[in-house]
Design a protein. Structure first.
Length: 210
């Protein structure tokens, strides 16, 4: 059996896991690999099915990454008829942002793949959690920590969720699109170039140097 296309994989998962809805996410870019998006509440069950079903045996998660989708304005056009004259009106709707986590899955046993699995948070603010897939694929552990650190996505069920690149106490997430780089770096012992110029504004007057 050849590895199923994303459309077929969606059908297989939904047939096996009653009540689970899988959304097909097209990707027009090269190499045009569509992905499957599932709700965080269903992610563990879907992941275990993908790993254990004998037709698939997706036993390896090679990559976990995050995506930041900021708030955006969505424009739509509506047509109305006033006094027999058709008029077109543009309506602008503010769409709240969200965060996504993307998993690339392969089968070492059957030598096929990839399948691309996605989870999406409810928003970019208060509810930024998805389900950890580390209990399914151990290779997700450090990579989910990286997404947590750099994007601010929480992973429910992760065995050791803490920062992995930034230091403890750091309050921001550098891979978010609205991230603002700080003026000074508290762990930069020898600031130089543009960092030095920004850092000078934080020096006590007696320590300021040309």
């Amino acid at each position: 059996m050849s590895f199923p296309a994303p459309e077929e994989l969606k059908t297989i998962v939904e047939a096996a896991l009653h009540g689970v809805r899988v959304e097909l996410v097209p990707n027009p870019a090269v190499p045009s690999q569509s992905s499957l998006r599932v709700a965080p509440a269903d992610a563990d069950a879907v992941a275990r099915f993908l790993r254990d079903d004998p037709r698939l045996l997706l036993d390896c998660c090679s990559n976990v990454t995050g995506i930041d989708w900021p708030d955006r304005d969505e424009k739509t056009k509506t047509k109305t008829v006033v006094d027999g004259v058709e008029k077109e009106t543009e309506v602008v709707r503010r769409v709240p942002g969200t965060l996504e986590v993307v998993y690339h899955l392969y089968s070492v046993a059957l030598r096929h793949g990839p399948a691309i699995l996605r989870q999406r948070t409810a928003d970019r603010g208060g509810d930024c959690s998805v389900t950890s897939l580390t209990p399914v694929w151990r290779s997700c552990e450090f990579q989910e920590r990286e997404v947590f650190d750099l994007f601010g996505v929480g992973f429910a069920g992760h065995p050791d969720l803490r920062r992995i690149l930034m230091w403890d106490g750091y309050v921001d997430h550098p891979m978010r699109k609205d991230y603002v780089e700080p003026d000074d770096y508290e762990y930069e012992p020898t600031p130089h170039d543009d960092v030095l110029e920004r850092a000078k504004s934080h020096y006590p007057p007696t320590e300021a140097k040309p």
